[in-house]
Design a protein around this ligand. Structure first.
Ligand SMILES: [Zn+2]
Length: 180
């Protein structure tokens, strides 16, 4: 996607139109109105996500939306507990259906998106859902050198206070005495 940055994407899009016209969209989408995403993270490192979208219609008439996206969000690093800018990259693959009957025809493996009454989808809703699914389970600073060195030291000291190592474990000492 680098080099293909362009303007904001439309808020609503018709996937059939994209497929019929062979349109491949590249654009930006604002993250500031994505309340669920802001709640699940410590906020935005960049205010916009970069998104690429296109769709196809298979011989059975099923329309599938494809896309790639990237965003930078702030999350708590699980190594140093400091704030880290986390880059999220992902791709999407959604069967776009207009009705329950159409959804019933889709293979169970595929994720389904129910189009609105206007047969359009909300760009923001889809990208927010995708970003939420792509958040790392254990976020850490991409570059370990960016971790807070003082905090790492404090955390390391606390860790070694726990009786996990045999030499710190009183039961291990008793066991050694018994062996003598
Ligand atoms: Zn860190």
């Amino acid at each position: 996607m680098p080099g293909l940055m362009s303007g904001p994407l439309p808020l609503r899009l018709d996937p059939l139109y994209l497929a019929e016209q062979g349109i491949r969209l590249n654009g930006m989408i604002s993250l500031r109105t994505m309340a669920r995403l802001c709640e699940a993270t410590q906020g935005l490192a960049e205010r916009k996500a970069e998104v690429e979208l296109w769709s196809t219609i298979d011989p059975g008439g099923i329309c599938t939306l494809y896309g790639n996206y990237s965003a930078r969000l702030k999350m708590v690093c699980q190594r140093c507990l400091g704030l880290a800018d986390i880059e999220i990259n992902g791709s999407l693959d959604l069967a776009m259906v207009g009705s329950e009957a159409e959804a019933a025809r889709i293979d169970g493996e595929v994720e389904i998106y129910q189009l609105g009454k206007d047969n359009m989808f909300s760009t923001r809703e889809i990208i927010e859902d995708e970003l939420l699914l792509s958040l790392p389970y254990i976020p850490v600073h991409e570059n370990a050198a960016d971790c807070d060195a003082v905090m790492l030291h404090v955390l390391e000291c606390n860790r070694s206070d726990e009786p996990t190592r045999p030499e710190n474990n009183p039961f291990a000492i008793l066991k050694n005495l018994n062996c003598d």
